[in-house]
Design a protein. Structure first.
Length: 222
């Protein structure tokens, strides 16, 4: 393993990701900040692929806060059931739609604090909306990015808050919005949670955490 500083390692990883993923389409289908907000909320503990199968049915029924607020919660729940956590998510979608109407004239606010005050919207969801809908520099850290930052020794892996802070300190601010998507795409293609061979991974093979190789070697011998 090449021993270099975290900053130099981050620069090298960024170059790899730029070469592999020069363009980064947003994986959740949407047409505006509101539909993105709903799609990101639905993606909690659910795959983007499944969300993209569900949202056309939901947005056919209601694709704006005014129509969604009129839709019975039970109807929302029935449509989004394949995404999991449908009782909580349906209530959140209904309630946040009413708040957007009452407080923001039906528009999605472009402020972190306002977004995080909405039902069902945490810091990660707010970060995705701010970065992808409004172009505000943010670094959404989900469990996948958290895992990869630890594997690549860019963060200690204590929690997602620490990982976000570490990554923001290592990468240029103007790269954050694209970079978090590049890491997600890389994780899916080269660095999955299970069945991962660190020796074959374009990043782990050069900059991976030593314990990961030891664990892989043990499983191969066993």
């Amino acid at each position: 393993m090449t021993r270099i500083s975290r900053k130099d390692k981050a620069a090298a990883i960024l170059e790899i990701l730029e070469n592999l993923y020069p363009t980064t389409p947003i994986p959740l289908d949407h047409k505006d900040p509101y539909t993105l907000l709903v799609a990101v909320l639905l993606s909690a503990q659910c795959t983007d692929e499944r969300v993209n199968k569900v949202t056309p049915h939901l947005f056919e029924a209601a694709d704006n806060p005014f129509d969604m607020a009129e839709l019975p919660v039970e109807d929302i729940k029935s449509i989004i059931r394949p995404c999991g956590l449908s009782p909580q998510k349906s209530k959140a979608i209904s309630n946040l739609s009413k708040i957007l109407i009452d407080q923001y004239e039906g528009e999605v606010p472009a402020q972190f604090s306002a977004l995080e005050d909405l039902p069902g919207v945490g810091h990660k969801t707010a970060s995705v909306v701010m970065s992808q809908a409004f172009g505000v520099p943010a670094f959404p850290v989900d469990t996948h990015i958290h895992r990869l930052a630890y594997r690549w020794t860019l963060s200690t892996g204590k929690n997602v808050t620490k990982t976000e802070k570490d990554l923001k300190s290592l990468f240029p601010k103007e790269k954050w919005n694209k970079l978090h998507l590049q890491i997600i795409y890389f994780g899916r293609e080269y660095c999955p949670a299970r069945g991962h061979n660190p020796y074959e991974c374009p990043i782990c093979s050069k900059y991976g955490r030593k314990s990961m190789f030891n664990e892989f070697d043990r499983t191969q011998k066993g």
